[in-house]
Design a protein around this ligand. Structure first.
Ligand SMILES: [Zn+2]
Length: 93
């Protein structure tokens, strides 16, 4: 919703917004991303558990249809965005 999300982390090397908070390297320039800008394994694990719970409520057929349509990468992107959202929620609480 907010275009200027100050929270969104940037690569210290190329100053572009990090596309992935789980990758060890910047998607743009390939520099190693400092640990403090990445989600920890523990955070990812927790988020995946939360996501597993919530995904049971999601219409599975819709997901299957998207995969058949070759939109798997979109789902993966959504998955990572969702993880980011959940981790932010966990951190706030
Ligand atoms: Zn970079």
């Amino acid at each position: 919703m907010e275009p200027n999300q100050s929270k969104s982390p940037m690569c210290p090397s190329c100053s572009k917004a990090l596309l992935s908070r789980t990758a060890t390297r910047c998607s743009w320039c390939g520099s190693v991303i400092p640990d403090e800008l990445r989600f920890t394994d523990e955070e990812i694990e927790r988020a995946e558990e939360e996501l597993k719970k919530s995904s049971e409520a999601i219409d599975r057929k819709e997901n299957e249809r998207k995969i058949r349509d070759g939109k798997r990468s979109m789902i993966e992107t959504a998955f990572e965005l969702t993880i980011g959202t959940i981790i932010n929620l966990i951190k706030k609480s």
